[in-house]
Structures are given as structure tokens and as C-alpha cells.
Design a protein around this ligand. Structure first.
Ligand code: PLP
Length: 368
């Protein structure tokens, strides 16, 4: 007997821990616009993530849109086709032109060695993604940005709680954007955030997320409504206390998969986090040509057993109708991303997933 297994299952705290917080919100009648839970959650996040300035948002996509506005990005932005569509959509919504650059075959993050060739006089920024929570080559990207006077924005939607060689990964670039969507490693149902390097930038972001209001009568920018409500902030504060345990369980599942799949020829697990602080948000495998079946046949086979893996990221963003006409979207410009998109499969990983379920997935893949 077994239940359907999805690629992820939202992690929730015990409801009884949330009820007193809801009671507080009901009693205070402060529902949004920077209430007490909002303040507490921002402070707690800064401490937990090892960052100085954070601004909470209603979701990660509005946060991405606002990050581009905050830095006044114009013209062309170099980005990756190997991501969730919101990454590139945020450029189109700002009237910016995405310029796609291929990815590194090891990490599937944007390949810094290919960025320079894509820089034009119109280029003003690099929008990179820490795919699956694996850190981009932040030093190489920063060197290029410094050389060409470009801004760097990280879509860190997958990278909650990830550390790199010098502390929090979120301290790199000019801004980092988080998502707390239900499917992410840390969720507030819906939610997001921008990490700013200094208080002045945070202030600008905070104005922009509240219509540009500075005070009752002063509006300094054409802002948007990106505010996180007290409901989501209270939930986030509660979730934070359960995050380390959730990651520890994910790490166990990650290790089980690596053992279970280690001798299956044609199945390659993506890079091991090693000793770095990772979040084990996803478990991507590449189904290579030497495997007995194609990726899509394996995907269907798992589905027949009610195991719903996901082809993140397929199709590539550059193949969607609003992007595929761009010169940089052509397949011969993006060979590594195209190969990865045709081979990748993200296997189920979430704290409530049982060892026997992981073993069953491994067994099915090994049997082919
Ligand atoms: C989820 C996700 C987003 C969008 O975040 P939302 O909170 O759902 O708006 C953006 N970029 C990437 C890479 C994502 O995975």
C-alpha cells in the first residue's frame, strides 16, 4: 500500500503553535503595513541567514520586479535560460531585454566564462540564479561585473539558508531575492524577500514595496504593493524555528538517494554539497544516454507508480514563445542548457518523505 508521492510536500508547523499567533493578530487588528510580526520576522531572518538588511514581500516575483526597479536597471540584462520563468519574466515586466548565456555543465548555473562575450554597450546587469540552491561562481561573476560596471542581482529563490566560502551566499551581488512559496524549502504559503547590502538600499526597497510612500503625504517613486501581511510574517517566524530540523531530514534523504543510485549506470546525481551549509531543496538527477531508458520514459514509469518527479527545468525559458525569437535564445547558443533540460529529473525530497519511499524510488530507477 502506498500513497502518491509528489516532488515536494509543503512543510508546516503544528497548527496549535500557530493559533496563539493568530489570536494576537485578531486582538491587535494590525493585519499588514509592517506590524509586530513583520518586524520580528525581518529581525529573526537577518539573524538566521547572516545578513544585515532584509525586506519582506508578498511573493518572490514581486520582489524580483522590485529589485530591478530599486537598482534602476535599463537596457539589456544577462541571464540564464535554466530557471523558473519568473526570472526572465521579471525582465520583460521591467521593459528589459534578456540576453541568455549558457550554463556550467557541473552546476547548471550561469557559466561565468561565457558572460563576457554577451556584454554589449546596452548591458547594465547580470541576473543569475543559484539553481537548486547550489552557489553560483559569485567571485567570477563579480569580477566581470566590476570590469564592465554591471550590477548583479541573484535570484536566490532556491538558496534559503545556504552558505558559501565567506558566510551567507545572500551577501553576494547588489541584491538577492528569496521566495517563500509553498513549494520552496522554507515557506510562508506565499512570500518573498530582498536582501540589501546596506540600510539605504533597504530603505529604497521598502519605499518601492509600499507604492513609493515615505510618509503620509510623500511619494518618491512609482512603487508597487509588495507588502507581506502579518499572517504570512507570523507563519514565517514560526517556520524559522523548525527549519534546521527540516534541513537535517532533507540531508538524510539526499544521502540515501546518493547511496541508492550510486551503482546505476547512466544516472548522475548533481554535485554533492560537501562540507558547505546546503539546504537540500531539490534532488536533481541527469538521465544520461547510457541509461536504459530516456528521461521522459523514466518520468512516465515513475508516474505509473504514483511517484511524481518534475522536469525542472524543462522546457528552457528560452524556448517559451515570448523569448524564442531572441538571438541569444537560439539552441546553438545554449548547448549545455539544452542538454541538461532534456536529461534532468528532480526526485521527491521533503522532510515527511519516508526512507522506504526513497528506497522504492531508487529501486524503480535501478530496475529501469
Ligand atoms: C519560485 C521561483 C520564483 C518565484 O517565486 P514566487 O514566490 O513563486 O513568486 C522565482 N525564481 C525561481 C528560480 C523560483 O524557483
Amino acid at each position: 500500500m502506498s500513497n502518491p508521492i509528489y516532488v515536494t510536500q509543503p512543510h508546516l508547523p503544528p497548527l496549535e503553535e500557530f493559533l496563539p499567533m493568530l489570536q494576537e493578530i485578531w486582538d491587535s487588528r494590525v493585519l499588514t503595513n509592517g506590524g509586530e510580526f513583520h518586524r520580528q520576522f525581518e529581525r529573526a531572518l537577518c539573524e538566521r541567514l547572516g545578513v544585515q538588511n532584509i525586506s519582506l514581500f508578498t511573493n518572490g516575483t514581486i520582489a524580483l520586479l522590485t529589485a530591478l526597479q530599486a537598482l534602476r536597471i535599463t537596457g539589456e540584462v544577462i541571464t540564464t535560460p535554466y530557471s523558473f520563468v519568473a526570472t526572465s519574466h521579471s525582465l520583460l515586466w521591467n521593459g528589459l531585454k534578456p540576453v541568455f548565456v549558457d550554463v556550467d555543465p557541473r552546476t547548471l548555473n550561469i557559466d561565468p566564462s561565457k558572460i563576457e562575450a554577451a556584454v554589449s554597450p546596452q548591458t547594465t546587469a547580470i541576473l543569475a540564479v543559484h539553481v537548486y540552491g547550489h552557489p553560483c561562481d559569485v567571485d567570477a561573476i563579480q569580477r566581470i561585473a566590476d570590469n564592465y560596471n554591471l550590477r548583479v542581482i541573484y535570484d536566490a529563490a532556491h538558496a534559503f539558508g545556504v552558505d558559501c566560502h565567506c558566510g551567507s551566499l545572500l551577501n553576494h551581488g547588489d541584491l538577492s531575492v528569496l521566495s517563500f512559496h509553498a513549494t520552496k524549502v522554507f515557506n510562508t504559503f506565499e512570500g518573498g524577500a530582498i536582501v540589501s547590502p546596506d540600510a539605504k538600499t533597504k530603505l529604497r526597497v521598502d519605499h518601492l514595496k509600499n507604492f513609493g510612500f515615505v510618509d503620509e503625504t510623500t511619494v518618491v517613486a512609482p512603487g508597487i504593493n509588495g507588502k507581506m501581511s502579518e499572517f504570512n510574517a507570523a507563519l514565517g517566524l514560526l517556520q524559522l524555528g523548525h527549519f534546521d530540523a527540516a534541513v537535517a531530514r532533507r540531508a538524510k534523504i539526499d544521502a540515501l538517494y546518493r547511496v541508492g543510485l550510486s551503482n546505476v549506470s547512466g544516472i548522475r546525481c548533481l554535485n554533492d554539497a560537501g562540507e558547505k551549509r546546503a539546504n537540500f531543496a531539490y534532488f536533481p538527477i541527469l538521465v544520461e544516454p547510457s541509461y536504459r531508458k530516456s528521461r521522459d520514459v523514466l518520468y512516465d514509469l515513475l508516474k505509473q507508480h504514483e511517484i511524481y518527479s518534475r522536469r525542472y527545468f524543462y522546457p528552457l525559458i528560452s524556448d517559451f514563445p515570448m523569448y524564442r525569437g531572441l538571438p541569444s535564445a537560439q539552441r546553438n547558443n545554449l548547448p549545455v542548457a539544452n542538454t541538461a533540460a532534456s536529461r534532468v529529473l528532480c526526485l521527491p525530497i521533503y522532510p515527511a518523505l519516508r526512507d522506504e519511499d526513497v528506497n522504492r524510488v531508487c529501486h524503480l530507477i535501478a530496475k529501469g
